[in-house]
Design a protein around this ligand. Structure first.
Ligand SMILES: Nc1ncnc2c1ncn2[C@@H]1O[C@H](COP(=O)(O)OP(=O)(O)OP(=O)(O)O)[C@@H](O)[C@H]1O
Ligand SMILES: [Mg+2]
Length: 235
């Protein structure tokens, strides 16, 4: 399998603070990758640099064969819109739009007609357990429901990569688990890679691989399924 996304020698400084200090990471097509590490270690910066939201001071970001960190802003935003999906902690939905139009938005921004976009968006409500909530506004949804709408919006374009920064950070344990189960299941079924920052080891365990960030670079990585099998064998 080939890498869908890779960062090499990524450096990002904010004044005297080094957020990224030569971080290297490669994500395989369809791979689910969790990024863990202490607060302030550079996880969100890494995610945003890989997603073309923040430009690195040094190093490069490759999306397949294409170098993207030097692209012009128009090309970069088109690429983010068409090939990436984003799920953040909360508050990312437009409060004045019904859920189905929030989900349809990335399609409309890519030029799809409103009717077609909403029809396509609606197909996501069943699989995500949101049947009947299509016309609700975000303020009329629970936290877990709103986050599932956000997942639908991230995945509706069938992106190459979904980026999620602490997607369960604002949810209770059980709701968070359910949201992650859906996010990982749907990403797998579409073949989208997932790059997810999380503080929660239980959440990270749903991924294929976990990388540990410290002081702006990756210091360790492991495969949770393999680790679980090993632990089981030694218990
Ligand atoms: N816009 C910014 N301006 C100045 N410093 C920043 C900025 N963004 C991040 N930093 C600094 O860069 C370092 C890495 O920040 P980052 O947000 O990537 O950490 P993080 O690992 O995501 O932490 P957390 O788990 O708390 O979200 C921190 O020291 C942070 O204070
Ligand atoms: Mg962060």
């Amino acid at each position: 399998m080939s890498d869908v996304l890779a960062g090499y020698g990524l450096v990002k400084k904010y004044g005297p603070t080094t957020a990224l200090a030569g971080a290297e990471v490669a994500v395989r097509a369809g791979e689910l990758l969790a990024i863990m590490g202490p607060s302030g270690s550079g996880k969100s910066t890494l995610l945003h640099v890989l997603a073309g939201v923040i430009r690195p001071d040094d190093g490069r970001v490759m999306l397949g064969e294409e170098r993207i960190d030097r692209l012009g802003e128009n090309r970069l935003s088109a690429l983010r819109r068409d090939r990436f999906g984003f799920v953040f902690q909360s508050g990312q939905l437009l409060p004045e739009l019904p859920a189905e139009e929030n989900v349809a938005l990335p399609l409309m921004l890519s030029g799809m007609r409103r009717r077609d976009a909403v029809a396509r968006a609606r197909r996501w409500f069943g699989p995500l357990g949101l049947d009947g909530l299509e016309r609700r506004r975000p303020g009329q949804l629970s936290g877990g429901q709103a986050q599932r709408v956000a997942i639908a919006r991230a995945l509706v374009v069938e992106p190459d990569v979904v980026f999620a920064d602490e997607p369960t950070g604002a949810l209770d344990q059980a709701t968070g688990e359910e949201v992650i189960r859906l996010l990982t299941t749907v990403s797998r079924s579409l073949g989208s890679a997932l790059v997810m920052v999380t503080h929660d080891a239980g959440v990270a365990a749903h991924c294929d691989r976990i990388v540990q960030v410290r002081d702006g670079h990756i210091v360790d990585e492991w495969h949770p399924a393999a680790a679980a099998a090993r632990n089981g064998a030694t218990r």
